[in-house]
Design a protein around this ligand. Structure first.
Ligand SMILES: Cc1cc2nc3c(=O)[nH]c(=O)nc-3n(C[C@H](O)[C@H](O)[C@H](O)COP(=O)(O)OP(=O)(O)OC[C@H]3O[C@@H](n4cnc5c(N)ncnc54)[C@H](O)[C@@H]3O)c2cc1C
Length: 399
């Protein structure tokens, strides 16, 4: 169900609103009836991705010229939010697929590679993963140890160990970040590669707390052939640019999860009787509910800003951090409150609230933890302050 108060809808073109409605119908028909079962089995069916691809959900941000939908960032976020109301794991997959797995080659690959991969990566034929994280490289991406060396035929050979990669073991193709040398200052040079996922050596599906239906995976790369995605040495720059959009997807996922959890809590407040009254009459719970709504609306407003900036062609890295940081923490608080409102029932797997609570928690970690977002934000604030004030004592300029 599309939430009626959304301030977003005025910013969508009529065809985007239509797409959003169709995506909502897709969620009701294809996701809602199965989300609990997928969670239990800890797996998403392959056909879901094929159907999602055919419905345009795998190529939302890609232009129509290459077979995508050419939707705005805002419309993409609203679709992710809608999916997250039903299944956090699939929402995370769609967010990552569109922003990172498609976004990376779309924004940075040469024409030859693009011709090979589009539209297969958009129509559900190929599932793609995006592999940056390693055992020694999480928040500090400089810790990447996977290497790529050039071969005589123009391809590269990759060796390394990746972990926590969404859909890694279920993907058909993959974008992999690897070290290709050192720059003139002796710092690692990063590049991105396109590989066939059939060539990886699986280790395991990592047993996550939430988003269990998603294939969070660990694997080795041993003498795997890869093709450069974009220019050599520009891998980190490209990855960070894709993460700006990725973080908006995670913010949207968080809002969808928070909203869905609160919806269940509201129903419960009206139905559950204690002390001869509906629990909705207890002010302690009413106030929790009010806080959830205010925070989720604030998160929506913070998400709108970078989406509008994207539509204007402006950089939105900092605003993506504001939105991701706030939305993920607000959603966790909202899901936690929703669970509390539902009491013991909320803590059981008889309701989706506890799944949403676990899924929302991921949003504070994936694609740059809350601490990393605070680092990005505070550094930007201090840099701007230094440009304005220099390092003189406060008030020195007035003396
Ligand atoms: C379900 C799931 C799916 C994922 N999917 C993908 C994927 O598809 N592709 C991919 O490449 N990666 C993926 N990741 C990895 C994810 O991006 C990382 O887990 C995340 O960036 C955090 O890195 P880390 O887990 O190594 O934590 P660490 O970097 O080890 O951080 C541990 C703690 O230290 C804090 N910390 C770290 N550095 C600082 C600092 N300088 N100042 C203050 N605090 C700091 C962190 O915030 C955190 O609280 C996924 C992870 C999960 C859980």
């Amino acid at each position: 169900m599309l939430h009626p108060h959304s301030l977003y809808h005025d910013h969508l073109k009529p065809e985007e609103l239509e797409f959003l409605k169709k995506a909502a119908d897709f969620c009701v028909a294809e996701i809602a009836p199965h989300a609990a079962e997928w969670e239990e089995k800890e797996e998403l069916p392959r056909e879901l991705f094929t159907k999602a691809g055919r419905a345009g959900l795998m190529g939302m941000l890609a232009p129509q010229a290459v077979g995508g939908q050419g939707l705005s960032m805002l419309c993409f976020c609203l679709v992710v939010e809608e999916i997250a109301r039903h299944c956090g794991a699939f929402a995370m997959n769609m967010a990552a697929h569109n922003a990172l797995c498609v976004g990376h080659p779309l924004g940075f690959a040469g024409e030859e590679l693009k011709k090979k991969i589009f539209p297969s990566v958009l129509n559900g034929d190929w599932m793609v993963a995006w592999a940056l994280t390693e055992p020694n490289a999480g928040s500090d991406t400089g810790g990447v140890e996977t290497t790529a060396v050039p071969l005589a035929d123009g391809t590269w050979e990759l060796n390394g160990h990746k972990i926590y990669i969404t859909m890694g073991l279920h993907s058909d193709r993959m974008v992999v970040m690897a070290v290709t040398g050192q720059d003139e200052k002796g710092k690692k040079e990063f590049s991105a590669f396109w590989i066939n996922s059939a060539d990886i050596e699986p280790v395991r599906k990592v047993p996550t707390s939430g988003v269990r239906a998603s294939n969070t995976s660990e694997f080795y790369l041993k003498k795997v052939r890869g093709e450069l995605v974009g220019q050599r040495g520009r891998g980190q720059h490209a990855a960070l640019a894709c993460l700006d959009s990725g973080r908006l997807g995670i913010a949207a996922m968080a809002i969808g999860l928070g909203r869905a959890a609160v919806e269940i809590a509201k129903e419960r407040m009206l139905a559950r009787m204690q002390f001869g009254k509906r629990i909705a009459e207890f002010q302690a719970l009413q106030f929790r509910l009010a806080d959830c709504e205010v925070e989720l609306r604030a998160a929506e407003a913070l998400l709108l800003q970078p989406c509008v900036m994207h539509a204007r062609g402006q950089r939105f890295s900092l605003e993506a951090s504001f939105a991701k940081l706030y939305a993920s923490e607000a959603a966790s608080r909202a899901a936690n409150s929703a669970l509390q409102i539902c009491g013991g029932w909320g803590y059981t797997r008889d309701t989706a609230v506890e799944r949403m609570w676990r899924d929302a928690r991921l949003c504070e970690i994936g694609e740059g933890s809350s601490e990393v977002q605070r680092l990005i934000i505070s550094r930007a604030l201090l840099k701007a302050a230094e440009e304005k004030y220099g390092s003189a004592e406060p008030g020195a300029a007035k003396k």
